[in-house]
Design a protein around this ligand. Structure first.
Ligand code: ATP
Ligand code: MG
Length: 260
């Protein structure tokens, strides 16, 4: 049964999509069957993996609004074993259309349940909002990865996100876990970046991934070529750090199993 992980932070531009694309690709290269769901109308994960939104028979919009099955909407990407449910700008309208649906917070969970057996991991790239689509993503998820940019005000807004996670845990998805906080765009030369890592560690302890994602130009270039970093420049620090993250994720799952 696949594990479903939402990648969320309502703060914009912190590295959610970069993490979604590159972690998905690294898991797939490590022989896992992966489905990436692009749950953001900006559709950056879709284009960043070289998929043309206009060519899609169905996007996440049709899945959420018309109950189109995920297995029919999924398309293969340039990475073997990595499929994607693409997004389009029309997803903006789904926020409103979902409101009218019965059991509106559980729409994505029901869709995901139908494909869980076909994948080892299902990752969901959330938009920078805590609207109904993100609530659906967190309700469908087993856990959430929270990317945190190594910048001033990095921790701003995290309490709001954690509060949302608490509410969803209480009302909609009691099993929801925080998979981890991931420091992104880290520049080891900057004292500030180190301070933010320490601050994260002080607040959240073991919930912070040991892997940090460095600021790396290849990570920002690769999407314009429609490729994850691991195909665009496999030896770049951007690619190797995401590979390390994929391994840390698997190691944590093993450790959890042993202590359970
Ligand atoms: N580690 C990194 N090194 C260099 N550039 C990065 C890195 N991570 C992200 N970027 C760049 O920073 C910008 C924002 O990243 P990204 O799109 O992943 O953030 P996001 O949280 O998904 O944004 P949004 O909230 O708009 O969805 C992009 O231009 C991306 O290429
Ligand atoms: Mg994004």
């Amino acid at each position: 049964m696949g594990k479903t992980i939402a990648i969320a932070n309502q703060k914009g531009g912190v590295g959610k999509t970069t993490t979604a694309i590159n972690l998905s690709a690294s898991l797939a290269v490590n022989k896992k069957r992966v489905l990436l769901i692009d749950a953001d109308p900006q559709a950056n994960a879709t284009s960043g993996l070289g998929v043309d939104s206009k060519q899609l028979t169905a996007s996440i919009y049709e899945c959420l609004v018309d109950d189109y099955p995920l297995h029919s909407a999924a398309v293969h990407t340039c990475v073997e074993r990595l499929d994607i449910i693409g997004s389009r700008i029309d997803l903006v309208g789904a926020e409103l259309e979902l409101v009218a649906k019965a059991d509106r917070e559980n729409v994505l969970r029901r869709l995901v349940d139908d494909v869980k057996a076909q994948y080892d991991y299902i990752l969901i790239d959330c938009s920078p909002s805590l609207g109904l689509i993100t609530v659906n993503a967190l309700t469908a998820a087993d856990s959430v990865i929270i990317p945190v940019q190594a910048e001033y005000f990095a921790l701003e807004g995290i309490s709001k996100l954690l509060n949302t996670v608490r509410i969803i845990k209480g009302k909609l998805n009691p099993a929801l876990q925080i998979e981890g906080f991931l420091l992104t765009m880290y520049d080891a030369r900057l004292r500030l970046a180190n301070q933010i890592y320490e601050e994260l560690k002080n607040h959240f302890g073991d919930m912070v991934f040991n892997t940090v994602i460095p600021r790396n130009i290849r990570l920002s270039e690769a999407p314009s070529h429609g490729l994850p970093a691991i195909l665009y420049d496999p030896n770049s620090r951007g690619a190797t750090s995401h590979n390390q993250l994929a391994r840390e994720l698997a190691a944590r799952a093993r450790a959890k199993k042993e202590t359970a």
